[in-house]
Write a protein that binds this ligand. Structure first.
Ligand code: CA
Length: 367
């Protein structure tokens, strides 16, 4: 049975929300063009899907063994066939992947779902229907799905689906945390699209609680790493600074610190610990920009690579108009400004050769 509740907005606590939202008034909140969801909550032994459409807040109880039939207006990328509400959501202890023949990486998508689909289709990572077509290849989504654009929920459900499809094909999707995932989960909501302020109002909770520990997407996001390697290449949203690597942390140490001690934890407790505050800082893996500083030299890149025992580092976070290479592919920057919603590129690694993949599907060799 489908059970719907249409809830009034009257109960939402104005104090929880920024003044700008209250000033918008209820008209904007009931804007009929506005849809979002689903968000799935574990509450008192039940699993509830909530989404919003022109009728307001909708809710359905997810019963075991019964497929979810959510009505129109929710994310087009959400497919209940891929939902596993009994998933234990365990973070993978594995950080190094070997023997992968085809690798693709894309970063800083920032709510631009349509543009990402175009890019992945053009480069045959997905088919025309948006399903995995990359076989045993590995796709790295290098952080910053959240913030700026208005298709964040669509992107999350899309990456979640693709992850499951890839797994079935013996391929893999690696979604790494960027600083904007960390910010959203920490309740730093300065960059969220105004659409999500309406969602907050409708749901009666701050945005980060839509991804809290009692939610499906929140649990899923909490399993995501900040650093991995595939073959001889390391992947991290922003970079490994020398000062961070001097601490001698492994990729597994960094991932565990974010999972257990940073995401969803009060900032005071993070800043009170020197290692955690370093990981959380501008010298940390989701914020560092040093590779693209003017004075950054080849010998420094070489020193960093020898510390992590890799030949290449792929990062996003610092924006360019295309995929860029430093020091003969020792460092590759893949934030190609997808966030602007107009164009972007994907990095392709085939038989240890590096290429820019364009929106036209062209491959341009990187040196
Ligand atoms: Ca970033």
């Amino acid at each position: 049975m489908r059970i719907f509740f249409i809830l009034a907005f009257a109960g939402w606590g104005g104090l929880l929300f920024p003044l700008s939202l209250e000033a918008q008034g209820a008209n904007h909140i009931t804007d009929p063009s506005y849809n979002d969801g689903p968000y799935i909550f574990y509450e008192d032994g039940a699993v509830l899907a909530r989404w919003t459409n022109q009728e307001g807040l909708r809710e359905e109880v997810i019963n075991a063994g019964q497929p979810l039939e959510i009505d129109a207006g929710i994310s087009a990328s959400f497919d209940p066939a891929y939902l596993d509400v009994n998933d234990p959501f365990l973070a993978s202890a594995k950080t190094a992947f070997k023997g992968v023949e085809h690798i693709a990486a894309v970063s800083d998508i920032h709510g631009q779902y349509d543009l990402l689909l175009d890019l992945l289709k053009a480069n045959r990572i997905i088919d025309e229907q948006g399903n995995w077509a990359f076989g045993e290849g590995h796709l790295v989504v290098l952080g910053d799905i959240f913030d700026r654009g208005d298709e964040v929920t669509d992107l999350l459900w899309f990456v979640h689906k693709l992850e499951k499809q890839a797994e079935k094909a013996n391929g893999k999707v690696h979604f790494l945390l960027g600083n904007h995932e960390v910010m959203a989960l920490q309740g730093d909501l300065r960059y969220i699209h105004k659409k999500y302020r309406y969602t907050m109002a409708r749901m009666g909770m701050p945005y980060n609680e839509l991804f809290g520990e009692n939610t499906y997407l929140g649990r899923w996001l909490r399993t995501k790493p900040v650093a991995i390697s595939i073959n001889n290449t390391a992947f991290v949203h922003a970079g490994f600074s020398e000062v961070l690597l001097d601490q001698g942390l492994s990729f597994a140490d960094m991932n565990r610190a974010f999972e257990e001690k940073i995401i969803g934890q009060p900032e005071d407790s993070i800043l009170a610990d020197p290692i955690l505050s370093l990981l959380y800082s501008e010298d940390g893996p989701v914020w560092y920009r040093g590779y693209f500083d003017e004075g950054f030299a080849k010998w420094q890149a070489q020193a960093i690579l020898s510390k992590i025992r890799k030949k290449h580092i792929v990062v996003g976070h610092t924006s360019f108009s295309e995929v860029v290479s430093l020091f003969h592919n020792r460092i590759i920057g893949i934030d190609s400004s997808i966030k602007l919603g107009k164009k972007g590129e994907i990095l392709l690694i085939d038989k240890r050769k590096f290429y820019r993949g364009t929106l036209n599907g062209d491959r341009i060799r990187l040196n």
